[in-house]
Design a protein around this ligand. Sequence first.
Ligand code: SF4
Ligand code: SF4
Length: 318
Amino acid sequence: MPNLMLTNWCNYKCPYCFGIDRMSPKVEAHAMSDDTFLGILDWLDRTNYRAPIHLMGGEPTLHPKFEWFVSTLIERGFPITIFSNLATDKAPEYADKLSILPIKWVVNVNNPKNWNNTQRRNIESALSVLGKNAAITFNIMPDGSDDYWAIDLIRRFNLSKTIKVGFILPTVTNSNYSLTDDEYLTVAEKTVKLAQECDRFGITLQYECGVPTCAFTPEQLGILWKCGSRLNSGCCSRLDITPHGEVIYCLPLATVGQRMYNEFANYTEAKRWFEGRFLPYRKLGRTINCATCNLMTPDKCHGACLAKNLIGAKNVKI
Ligand code: SF4
Ligand code: SF4
């Protein structure tokens, strides 16, 4: 089921943002309209698919009609997951109102030492009511600090005991801050340390797409497995739909190809079309070792992030 971008602007300006090519100020700010939203729901209904709809942005709680989107999805029987940084002024109010509903919140957090006072107040207030309905997600950064603050946050607010960690995803235009090849190794090592510490508190790691398995040594992969945080990543996107109704494969590849949702008969056809168009480029791989690697499948590694592998490629046409 797709990720619906309710807005293309955000209260944060993270240098690693992989949505940068589709976000204000690079493109004009736009909020998804009622008609576009209802049209997309009718389109999704054609396959009677009932996996969770992901509401995201930008930052979805900045949309002036955020509550209407949620109540419409509930009325129509769609399960919901909300991706938010919870740092907006409206986030505590929405969290409070929606905390009694079976809605999952995936909260993108930066290291709390970088929060300002307003962000701290909003995030902590929202987390305190969401509790187990909220799971945190963040990028492991290639710096010298540890990531144990995430464990403190989970224990303090009784959050879901899973953390979704990511290795910063690059845009195909190479316009955001992303990792060098050497930094992948640093981040892999930090991930293992975090998994070991999490294991002491019954917390496990899950992984965003685009994490290359070969950034870890066999020993490190074994440690993750033993901690219950076995690495499982791939390059196989739920499609994203922008506030204008354009379908893209994922934000890092947003500049490579797009089609309006109603150019496809249904979601399944859209997904098949994108996978087919990108298939020839999969051969690029991340390294030549991908050619013989048994993890070259969509739900395994698949050469890690295709957007990274396409950086600098000429004449990409999908
Ligand atoms: S190209 Fe693949 S790994 Fe990279 S962001 Fe898109 S889906 Fe994820
Ligand atoms: S598919 Fe490629 S990038 Fe992924 S683990 Fe195998 S060799 Fe590494």
